[in-house]
Design a protein around this ligand. Structure first.
Ligand code: GRF
Length: 209
């Protein structure tokens, strides 16, 4: 795995606290909670969905939670600003997306420049979007994988920090393939987030086209 990325200045600050944003089951959040290096940096788990299992995982671990409901806001910018306000209000400086199913507006990205990470279940730039595993399988690729990247204003775009391949097996279903992808995610994401909160993340300088 290659960690190195980013101009040093972007991540000069060590010991940053993070908010983890999740909408669903939160298995990636759990992997972060289970990392002794990452856990002390998780200030907040925020969801758009008050029945997200991710919130229960946070509560079980004594981590503060917050819910910002999409339905309570007029548009994407207003929703995104409300999310950013909560994160800043709790003192988090970095944002880790872990299955957060809402697209955040540019107004949000600008508030946390170079400080938002996402994990995506494909080898970007292939198969962006919410159905990456299905799309890779339908396309018949023989290798797919996991990407961790910095978030910019385009969906599943932004500088790539790390990737790991996952071989597609004959007879794979979306469920079997996604399970193996998630097993890789649960190792890769804590390693990258650990570097992120420690100020040790570097990019190799390439920007996505
Ligand atoms: C993961 O597969 C991740 O790649 C994608 O959303 C999924 C979230 O799963 N962005 P979980 O909620 O962490 O179990």
């Amino acid at each position: 795995m290659i960690l190195p990325t980013l101009p040093p200045a972007s991540f000069a600050e060590a010991d940053i606290d993070i908010a983890v944003l999740a909408s669903g089951s939160g298995t990636n959040l759990q992997a972060l909670i289970d990392s002794p290096q990452v856990r002390p940096h998780i200030k907040l788990v925020l969801s758009d969905n008050d029945s997200a299992m991710a919130l229960r995982r946070a509560e079980r671990s004594g981590i503060e939670t917050a819910v910002v409901r999409w339905e309570d806001h007029d548009d994407r910018t207003e929703f995104s600003t409300a999310v950013a306000d909560v994160i800043e209000g709790r003192g988090a400086k970095g944002v880790v997306l872990a299955g957060f199913m809402r697209i955040l507006a540019p107004a949000f990205i600008e508030r946390f420049p170079d400080r938002i990470l996402n994990i995506h279940p494909s080898l970007l730039p292939s198969f962006t979007g919410a159905h990456a595993v299905e799309a890779a399988l339908a396309h018949g690729v023989k290798v797919t994988g996991v990407t961790v990247h910095l978030v910019d204003e385009e969906v599943d775009h932004g500088p790539i920090i790390a990737q790991e391949p996952v071989v597609v097996r004959p007879g794979d279903t979306v469920e079997t393939l996604h399970r193996r992808i998630q097993a890789v995610e649960h190792v890769l994401y804590p390693a990258i987030v650990e570097a992120f909160v420690s100020g040790e993340l570097w990019l190799d300088g390439k920007e996505p086209g």
